[in-house]
Design a protein around this ligand. Sequence first.
Ligand code: SF4
Length: 245
Amino acid sequence: MIFSYSRLKLYETCPRRFYYKYVLGIPENTSTSFLALGKAVHKAIESIIKGISFEEAIIEGYSECDFHPDVSIEEISKLVKNASATKNMGETEIYFRLPLSNSPNAPEIQGYIDLVKGNRLEDWKTNWKMYDVNDNHQIGLYAWALHQLKGYDLIEGSLSFLRYKKESKYFFSEVDMENAKQWALNLANEINFKLQMLDIFPEKLDELFPDIPSSSCEYCPFVLRCYKDNVREEDINGSRNTSSC
Ligand code: SF4
């Protein structure tokens, strides 16, 4: 399995949800208005940076989300304006795929960095909720990737919250980048080990990929499946208490 920040974060939040999505491959609804808006806004900003006019870029963005009925041109335009994007302001959608250690069987991680300009990287967010760039390892990990690709020792990483025209940024040193990379490596190794164990001991699923009920169950597309699996396990085991999701 090739990892990504979002895969690792999903596993860290709820191993069972990771199992449903990436091990069983149960499809998620990818046409939600939230995802569609993000897609449209990213495409439009990218187009402006490539030199397309604002109006054309907005239409390109809207078509990128297949003119989703719950996404409006006005909302796309407002968020794109807040990105203050200009022609040739940097490189967009920088792809990386890198091994997480020097070991021959090292797990690999891949991702896309929204914007890179010299030793600065930026990730555009359409979220309603803002948070600090150091609340999770996403930007630290992207800084590590940029360090691997371009060699910068100090990287300014920024989360740009387009709804509020505000950013949270931090200068990542080599130590910070290494810490983020180590977080990813530890989780990737843990997942690979558990997948091997699951092949040998399929009956240990509940121990290897447990469900961790939290506020994120509200948005989990597998909530019914999770509930049914837990009811089945309670029938088999008698007393397990997993009713909170
Ligand atoms: S419903 Fe909650 S506990 Fe169950 S898989 Fe989804 S996030 Fe995990």
